[in-house]
Design a binder for this molecule. Structure first.
Ligand code: ZN
Length: 479
């Protein structure tokens, strides 16, 4: 007995030593060198302001563009960036999507793609009075540039153009061919990006690094981490909606049967809500925890996160408690529509509900269908896909790849003492289409705590504009 206790004590001591050593060795990446940013080009602010004034609202459901407005945006581009239009051949795809090709000196290297979109979501008329600037005024005040689209995504587009125009003015020629790809309908159907990728595929093009909007910098709500966190999007969740229909003979509500269509469907929905899909730590999220944990200033948290080999289930359980972190560790299921009944004294024959799901990489729309069918386990419920609109989760970019490492290095040159970590995107962007042509798709723009996306007071800090132009300049220069 005594010997068993002794052995146990030795094992526990050994585990404790491993845990402590792993925690101590989990050190932040040293990033103490000064960050010196180049000033933004003259006129850059005027250009951004002019871009916002042109109301490039995304096409409506019938895919109608406001042609005059989109043409005037094209004129604005041609007038503001003369060197780009003189030196980089432009291909127009489906009326308003543009590809500019900047030939590199070494064509043996695959091209890099810098992407952005310039359509914007419409401004809600009833909310205009809540804005602190005219939504399409392009006003510059209080160290911000204000207006619809300034973040999403004219910040990227104008910054890419400013960076390219400035380098052309210096007579710079890149080693690697660079394609500047600008979409006109990301906020609606995203058909432009699909068409551009189809065009590239027809020419058997393959790409090196592809950079699109998505990940950003956050200095808020980072528990126990004081340093800014830059999240690089490395993959996107999938999307599907299931329709659950219960059918049961209805009738007069004065003589109800024991189980109505509403009862059956409610039970099914309750089962789905009580049985979420299993949790899973995917490689990007595991890498995120690893990157961020080194900067954690709470010793216990740091110890737990530095030793996932021992504490993985504790970490997953903790993450499952918060909606934002829960969405990163499982395929989510949530009822979004529930329909039944027409009158207070009529038992309805049908009841219908929609369950929307966002799917983790590694799982599929079919897995979601099978899982819900198994959990509901009721032949009275018919389950179908909603409108056949679904997307599978994207492949993810490896965080050890040269693509990720290159963007990480550039972020460190633009933001001092920054934590760089990968992130899974829960929404969709144009760049998902490019994953068939590149293993190096990443989503990142150096905006900090950006607010107002699709809502009121959309605005960008002037200092972020400077970071963005510097970020794209370094990419163009091949750093
Ligand atoms: Zn966007």
């Amino acid at each position: 007995m005594k010997n068993i206790l002794k052995v146990l004590a030795v094992i526990i001591a050994a585990i404790m030593i491993v845990v402590i050593v792993k925690t101590m060795n989990n050190k932040p990446v040293n990033n103490q060198k000064e960050v010196v940013l180049e000033a933004i080009p003259q006129n850059a602010l005027e250009h951004m302001s002019a871009a916002i004034k042109i109301k490039t609202e995304t096409p409506n459901d019938d895919y109608q563009f406001d042609t005059a407005t989109f043409m005037s945006y094209r004129k604005f581009l041609e007038n503001s960036y003369p060197l780009i239009h003189k030196n980089l051949p432009r291909t127009i795809i489906d009326s308003f999507n543009y590809i500019y090709e900047w030939k590199g000196s070494d064509t043996s290297i695959l091209p890099m793609v810098l992407m952005a979109h310039y359509d914007v979501v419409p401004v809600e008329q009833s909310a205009v009075k809540l804005w602190h600037a005219a939504p399409y005024g392009g006003e510059i005040k209080e160290n911000y540039i204000w207006g619809r689209g300034v973040l999403d995504d004219k910040s990227s587009m104008i910054s890419i153009l400013e960076a390219a125009e400035a380098q052309l003015a210096k007579g710079f020629q890149p080693k690697q061919t660079i394609l500047l790809c600008f979409g006109a309908d990301e906020e609606s159907s995203g058909k432009g990006a699909t068409a551009m990728v189809k065009y590239f595929a027809s020419q058997n093009k393959k790409f090196d690094l592809v950079v699109d909007e998505g990940g950003e910098i956050s200095t808020e709500n980072n528990k126990s981490v004081k340093a800014p966190i830059a999240s690089i999007g490395v993959g996107e969740k999938g999307y599907v909606t299931l329709v659950l229909t219960a059918q049961k003979a209805g009738g007069h509500s004065s003589i109800p049967a024991s189980h109505t269509a509403i009862d059956i469907l409610s039970t099914a929905i309750a089962k789905v809500s009580e049985n979420p899909m299993p949790t899973k730590l995917t490689p990007p999220i595991e890498a995120y925890l690893k990157s961020v944990s080194a900067y954690n200033e709470n010793f216990i948290d740091k110890m737990v996160l530095s030793n996932l080999w021992l504490f993985k289930s504790n970490v997953i359980n903790k993450m499952a408690e918060e909606p934002t972190s829960n969405a990163l560790i499982r395929t989510t299921l949530v009822p979004t529509v529930f329909n039944s009944g027409v009158r207070d004294n009529v038992i309805p024959t049908f009841a219908t509900a929609y369950i929307n799901s966002r799917i983790l990489p590694g799982e599929t729309t079919k897995d979601v269908y099978d899982y819900v069918t198994k959990i509901v386990n009721d032949t009275n419920i018919k389950i179908t896909y909603y409108k056949n609109y679904m997307t599978e989760a994207s492949p993810t970019t490896n965080v050890e790849s040269k693509y990720y490492k290159r963007v990480e290095k550039i972020i460190r040159s633009v933001v001092k003492d920054v934590v760089v970590a990968p992130m899974l995107m829960v929404g969709a962007t144009d760049s998902r289409n490019y994953r068939t042509l590149s293993e190096g798709v990443v989503n990142f723009t150096p905006l900090t705590n950006a607010k107002g996306y699709h809502g009121i007071d959309e605005r960008m800090q002037i200092s972020d504009f400077q970071k963005c132009v510097n970020f794209y300049t370094l990419l163009i220069k091949g750093e």
